[in-house]
Design a binder for this molecule. Structure first.
Ligand code: FAD
Length: 297
């Protein structure tokens, strides 16, 4: 299969009024028994009709109607497979979805509409998808790029696509010669998504891939603070600073929970200030150069 050029990024091939009906091939829990919450990896067959690129998202429309009697609105999900899909035939798309369940103000359990629809699907079921959408999180085109990936929870999805394209798949027309460094933040070790897959990649490409985990409920730093993503990053602050400001011209991508940006900004803020630089300005300049993107939800 030929590589898709950046100008050929597929966008909005299917819209909410005429979604594509995909078929569920696989849906399995990917967190341990004691995990707080449930996350599933799911694979849908699209028979090659929904092409997409690494870093894009698709929309999903849950069946039924909302409280106003209108069809449910589209929810977006980051694609977790490369353009070739998990089976390598370009006919499937995978997602990593966390089931949303919470208690309302009266203590009543509320289930998120679309995430529960998705997590309850079984092979053979149909699912209505739209898109693909998004160009911000596309994997850098430069095969020699240095890429720092910061993820919390299901925010790992786009980075799984980068890493599989770089380190798992073999392409006649593409070879990744750069470096990737993943920081993944999760609450418990039982929620470390795709850990075995990533460890195998590190084992096979020790000079190109680093992965560091931050497990907030189980690990602490030397002062006893909970190990959040930015806490783990602080251990490598100088190295990260040099990758970002030095000749490597590293890219930074963030994906996951909304709350993650504040801690990371604070960490980089302190680091840059030491050198008399302003992280906010630097980040904006990086964004203009296509070296910084954040997708949080
Ligand atoms: P809904 O029925 O829409 O309910 C959500 C609403 O419930 C919230 O808006 C809020 O009002 C309320 N709510 C939520 N939590 C609480 C709480 N604790 N207390 C009180 N009220 C609460 N999700 C993934 O799982 N995987 C992904 O890869 C992924 N990628 C995304 C990519 C993008 C670009 C975006 C924008 C979102 C992504 N999401 C992803 C989130 C996803 O789109 C949905 O928002 C999520 O699945 C919840 O949808 P739902 O229909 O289940 O919940």
């Amino acid at each position: 299969m030929a590589a898709t050029k950046r100008t050929d990024v597929p966008l909005n091939l299917f819209r909410p009024k005429a979604p594509y009906e995909a078929t569920v091939l696989y849906n399995a829990r990917i967190v341990g028994k004691d995990a707080p919450g449930e996350t599933m990896h799911m694979i849908f067959n699209h028979d090659g009709n929904v092409p997409y690129m690494e870093g894009q998202s698709i929309g999903v429309i849950a069946p039924g109607v909302d409280a106003k009697g209108k069809p449910h609105k589209v929810r977006l999900y980051s694609i977790a497979s490369t353009r070739y899909g998990d089976f390598g035939d370009g006919k499937t798309v995978s997602l990593s979805v966390k089931r949303l369940v919470y208690e309302d103000a009266d203590g009543k359990e509320v289930k998120g509409v679309c995430s529960n629809h998705l997590c309850d699907l079984t092979p053979g079921d149909k699912v209505h998808i739209t898109g693909p959408v998004g160009t911000a999180m596309l994997m850098p085109e430069d095969p020699n790029a240095t890429i720092i990936m910061l993820a919390t929870g299901t925010g790992i999805a786009p980075f799984r696509t980068y890493m599989r394209r770089a380190f798992t798949e073999k392409h006649a027309d593409y070879k990744f010669t750069g470096k990737m460094w993943l920081f993944l933040g999760v609450p418990t070790s039982s929620t470390l998504l795709y850990q075995t897959e990533f460890e195998e990649m590190m084992h096979n490409h020790p000079d190109q891939l680093r992965c560091d985990w931050a497990i907030s409920r189980e690990q602490t730093d030397a002062e006893g603070n909970k190990m959040y993503l930015q806490t783990r990053m602080k251990e490598y602050a100088q190295e990260l600073y040099e990758l970002v400001t030095g000749p490597a011209k590293a890219h930074i991508f963030l994906c996951g929970l909304k709350g993650m940006t504040a801690g990371i900004d604070e960490m980089f803020g302190e680091l840059f200030e030491k050198d008399g630089l302003n992280w906010n300005d630097y980040r904006k300049a990086m964004k203009k150069e296509g070296r910084y993107e954040a997708e949080v939800y």
